[in-house]
Design a binder for this molecule. Structure first.
Ligand code: BDR
Ligand code: CA
Length: 317
């Protein structure tokens, strides 16, 4: 049985790779993409989502524009990580298709309420669209099948502040709404994503196939690798978002713990910090499953094989 997925995303280099992974995976039925501010403006990431779908010959998948700004804070884009237009050195043609008129949060609500218990959300950007959807239609909490979230750094350093991961730092208030919503959730924090590095050797393997897909992966990840080298002294790049997508159909990539997790929304150095009550001092019911162990080769092989498959289906020679 396929997993029916709505992808809430801010493409973004690793977001783009997650979209490609969804398209390359027969286990996934991608119902639509809702775009969210984050790595670039909402207008830009919406355009990027449309352009990536065109690149992969998947324009039948609808794209919906979502929120332009976080719930409370000012927006924080990440040109140093993803480039000014969000896709590194990749320059995709201006998309010929357009986003649908409906708001991304309304698309989520409409789909979840029309198919109770069937829709999985994969949220790989700041959580503003999902928080808004919960506030507009609280019944989605009982009717969504599951929510997979890329975000947080539980026992890992932050990647945006000393303590906070990017998606939770950009809209901590939205993360707070979502974490406390009661939805069935699985979190993929930096603790596991930083164990899986896409290396230059991996890129060379993909580049054996002459295809617009491999060219795009090369042009986008070259920028991303430069960022990782300069800012974090990492050789290669961390592909957070595709891992979250992969867990929707291959949960065995990670090991999980059911934990009480919260996010700091007080002002100060901890803003956006995600933390787990490992000893359950407060005697609360766990609110999510957290991926804390990972099989990096299992994930990387899945990712590379699926990219090869997609690239081979769209070869230039
Ligand atoms: C997250 O932040 C973004 O830059 C990436 O796309 C990913 O979703 C990692 O912290
Ligand atoms: Ca993202």
């Amino acid at each position: 049985m396929t997993v029916k997925i709505i992808l809430d995303t801010d493409p973004g280099i690793d977001d783009a790779l997650a979209i490609l992974l969804a398209l390359a995976s027969p286990e996934v039925e991608l119902l639509g993409i809702s775009a969210i501010h984050g790595n670039a403006s909402t207008a830009q990431v919406t355009k990027n989502a449309l352009a990536i779908l065109e690149l992969a010959h998947a324009t039948h998948i609808p794209v919906y524009k979502g929120c332009d700004v976080p719930l409370v804070k000012a927006p924080l884009l990440s040109p140093e990580t993803h480039g000014g237009a969000g896709l590194g050195y990749a320059q995709l043609p201006e998309p010929q298709t357009q986003a649908r008129a409906e708001h991304g949060s309304d698309f989520m609500i409409e789909q979840i309420m029309a198919h109770p218990g069937e829709i999985t959300l994969a949220a790989i950007g700041p959580l503003t669209n999902l928080a808004l959807a919960i506030r507009k239609e609280p019944r989605i909490v009982q009717n969504v099948k599951e929510v997979f979230i890329m975000g947080g750094a539980i026992q890992h350093a932050g990647n945006t502040t000393a303590l906070a991961e990017y998606n939770t730092f950009v809209d901590p208030h939205a993360a707070h709404v979502v974490f406390h919503s009661g939805m069935p959730m699985t979190l993929t924090p930096l603790d596991v994503t930083y164990q899986c590095i896409f290396l230059k050797e991996d890129l060379e393997r993909l580049l054996k196939i002459n295809s617009p897909i491999t060219k795009f992966i090369a042009d986008s990840t070259r920028f991303y690798m430069e960022f990782h080298d300069e800012y974090q002294q990492i050789d290669g790049c961390v592909i957070n978002d595709p891992m979250t997508l992969a867990l929707t159909f291959m949960p065995e990539i990670c090991d999980y713990r059911e934990l009480v997790v919260d996010v700091d929304i007080s002002t100060g150095v901890g803003l956006g910090n995600t933390f787990a009550d490992f000893y359950n001092y407060e005697k609360k019911k766990p609110n999510m499953k957290v991926a804390l162990g990972v099989r990096p080769r299992l994930f990387m092989e899945l990712f590379l094989e699926r990219m090869e498959k997609l690239a081979n289906s769209l070869r230039d020679d």
